[in-house]
Each structure stands twice: as C-alpha cells, then as structure tokens.
Design a protein around this ligand. Structure first.
Ligand code: URA
Ligand code: CA
Length: 432
C-alpha cells in the first residue's frame, strides 16, 4: 500500500477501505507516514467527506492507536457525558452526583486543559482537600461502593488523535465534521464507557456556529457511537451566551450546589435535565426520557442528589461542609459591579468573549503553564432577554486585583443592550 495512492483515492471522492484507514493511522502514529502526506489527506477529507463506515473505521483506528481504559470491574452500565465546549458550562459538576444518586455508576476521567475556566478537576479542587490522585483500584472501589469518582487522566490515550489534531490546527482542516466527530468519539470510546451522551453546542462560544452544522456534527457522532457498539445520544444546545450565571471555578461549584438543591439558574437546570434524562435512559434505569426526568427531579426534591455530592467530596478527601456553607469556598478579595450604561433589554452576551474576560482575571489558563486562581470569575446578573435600567449591575466581577480596566472593557464590548430582544432557544433538538 502506498500513501500517495490513498491520498489520490480520497482526493477523487472514493471510499477508503478499513485496511487502508488502519494502514494510514498506524503508519502516522509510528512516524512512518510524514505530516505532509497526512495534511494532504486531511484536506481531501475536508472537501470529499467520509461515509459513515469510513468515519467509524477512522474512529476505531484512533482508539487502537494507544491505551484503552477497561472499566469492566465496575458494575452496571457506565454512561459518560461529553460537551463540545462552552463557557461557564457547569453541567458536569451537577450531572455527576445527580445521576449517581440514581445508582448509575459515574466513573469520570477528567483533564485540566486550557480554556476560559479550569476543567472539571480544577473546579473540584476549589473544595479544600479534594484530590483526584487516586489509584485505579481505589477508583473502581469508590465507584462500586458510592457510584461516583473522578480521577485524573492517565495513560497514553489516542496518540493518533493528538498528532492529527495538532496537524489539523496548522493546516486549516479542524472544521471538518468527519474529522471532529472521529476525534471526539475516539477519546470517549478509549475512556471505556458503555454509553455516551453528547452536548453539542452551537453559537458564538462553540465550534459549530450554526444550528445546522451542530445538528450535522451531532448526527455524525451519534452514528459513530452506535456503529461501534456504544449507545449514543445527543442534545444540541445554545452557547451564544454563557450557560447559567457563574463563570469561574469556585463560583461554578456554588452554582452546581444551588442547582442540586433545585435553586439553580433556569437554563442550567433545563440542560442538566435534558442531558441527565438521556444518561438515565441509556443506563437502563428508566423506560422513557420523561420517566428519567421524573426520577431526576425526585432526587433533587428529596435531597439525595445533594447528599451524593457530599459523599463524593468526602470520599476524595474534600471538605463537604462547603455544600451547606459555600462561603467556605475560595473567595475573591474584590467584587466590582458593571453598571448598564442605558435602559433597554440585553440583546447579546457574546459567550466566548465573556469567557476570555474571565480568563483575563485568572479563572482559566491561557497556556498550559498558567496558574489559575480558583476564587475569581464573573457572575452574570442579567441574561439575554432581561430588561435593564441604566445603572443596574450587568455583571459582578470577582477579582483578586483592583485594576480590572481591561476586563471591564471586554465586558462592555460584548454585552449589547437594545430596545427589544428575546431569550434564545436553549435546546435546539435531541438526536437519539
Ligand atoms: N475537539 C476535539 O477533541 N477534536 C476536534 O477535532 C475538535 C474539537
Ligand atoms: Ca455557569
């Protein structure tokens, strides 16, 4: 087999066989096929697309390029949730204990990563004492006993994807549905869950700027999952404005606690119900999505979800008293209000730019080496569709420095006030 022939085949719109796809991914991972040939192939895929079969084969070739996690020692159907990225997305912190409260095993591997705020692990580390450095044995034991544990990512998962993603980044081939779908699904499948729920975001803060593209991506990922034997469902949700009110690590932990108590922001609660219902349904603990939602509402009402969050924190060395006393979470030194400059209705809160404002305060990492400040961030006091009077606070900045001029400027530039506006649709559809 020669790589040049395979590039020509895809360039001409023909279908690559399973053997050919395996040859490419193995050769690339081992350094036998050079970047420039894979770049040409990626560009051919960008223009010619891939069939469902090719997408599933590409995904599995990347899964087998490195280690895979074996969760078979954990009893029950392991369901994982993945979001395609967003700003102030507190859903994982809410969903993990919420679903575990229904005796569904939540065996979560998380990373730190880059972004507007920290990853799930950073957020949890805002709780004093909480740690994710637990052994594989402890992890399995905790999930079997308590139904929930979070561990830091380990092992050499999907090295082919790491190489390919870095190459796509510099060859203008990131934005290709078959390549994004196989990239995300390979990581989820290598992480070992039996079923996968996807939150595909659309809007300013998302990869997919239009609902149409988000739907295509959702269908592509659901079809890959189901074709390789992992039951998969997706929700397509809005990320034109940040989700919920809190953007920042401690602030989001508090927001998650409020939501588990049934007192969270409406949009966060609604999305958690939609995603959580799919998780419960796929885990086989409900007969329908409606039945699943009723069960989730019940564990919020009877306090079991909050109890599960406390047990989870205690199990991993954390101070569970923060659940009843959120003021014990790291607090920023300064709170600075951002007053509206005119009367009207909030028409736009540009998600990614507001996320960047939180990062400038220190809530997220600009580079892998950056230190994050768990206390800082932004609290939105208004969302799109809310009426405002001149002088009302749009946002409260939680900062550990007095000079926030740059952050203020970014916030004002990205919150638009108009005469009329309506709240955006939150959920554009589900793919099952
Ligand atoms: N996220 C991924 O993990 N891969 C992509 O290709 C795009 C977004
Ligand atoms: Ca939030």
């Amino acid at each position: 087999m020669r790589m040049v022939d395979l590039i020509a085949k895809k360039r001409d719109g023909k279908e690559l066989s399973t053997e050919e796809i395996n040859f490419i991914i193995q050769g690339y991972t081992q350094g036998e096929i050079p970047d420039y040939q894979v770049s040409a192939l990626a560009m051919s895929i960008f223009f010619q697309d891939m069939t469902e079969r090719e997408r599933a084969d590409l995904t599995m070739a990347m899964v087998h390029s490195g280690d895979t996690i074996d969760l078979s020692a954990i009893e029950g159907v392991k369901v994982d949730k993945h979001s395609t990225g967003g700003v102030g997305d507190t859903t994982t912190l809410v969903l993990a204990p919420l679903v575990a409260a229904l005796d569904i095993p939540v065996a979560k591997m998380s990373g730190r990563g880059l972004g507007h705020t920290g990853g799930t692990i950073d957020k949890l580390e805002a709780i004093a004492g909480f740690h994710v450095e637990i052994s594989k044995g402890e992890f399995v034991e905790l999930v079997n006993r308590s139904k929930i544990a979070v561990v830091g990512q380990s092992g050499n998962l999907t090295p082919a994807d790491k190489k390919l993603y870095a190459l796509r980044d510099v060859t203008a081939t990131v934005n290709s549905i078959p390549l994004i779908a196989s990239s995300i699904m390979s990581k989820k499948i290598a992480a070992g869950s039996d079923a996968i729920v996807l939150d595909v975001k659309t809007g300013a803060g998302a990869f997919m700027k239009t609902v149409d593209d988000a739907k295509k991506l959702a269908h592509a990922m659901v079809s890959i999952g189901n074709n390789v034997g992992r039951k998969t469902m997706a929700v397509i949700s809005d990320m034109s404005q940040p989700l919920g009110l809190a953007i920042g690590n401690s602030l989001e932990v508090k927001e998650a606690i409020d939501t588990l108590r049934g007192e969270g922001p409406k949009d966060l609660e609604e999305l958690c119900m939609a995603l959580g219902s799919q998780m419960v349904f796929l885990a086989g603990k409900a007969d329908s999505l409606e039945d699943a939602e009723a069960k989730l509402q019940e564990v919020i009402r009877n306090g079991k979800a909050l109890e599960k969050f406390k047990a989870f924190i205690t199990n991993q060395g954390g101070d569970a008293s923060v659940v009843d006393h959120p003021e014990r979470l790291p607090q920023a030194q300064y709170r600075i209000e951002v007053p509206a400059k005119q009367d009207g209705v909030v028409a736009e809160i540009v998600a990614d730019e507001i996320g960047t404002a939180a990062m400038l305060l220190g809530a997220g990492r600009a580079t892998k080496e950056s230190e994050i400040d768990l206390a800082v961030g932004l609290m939105l006091n208004k969302k799109v569709g809310d009426a405002v009077k001149k002088g009302d606070s749009l946002v409260t900045i939680h900062a550990n420095r007095e000079d926030v001029a740059q952050v203020l400027e970014k916030i004002y530039a990205n919150i638009r006030i108009a005469d009329h506006a309506e709240a955006p649709v939150l959920i554009y559809g589900t793919v099952t």
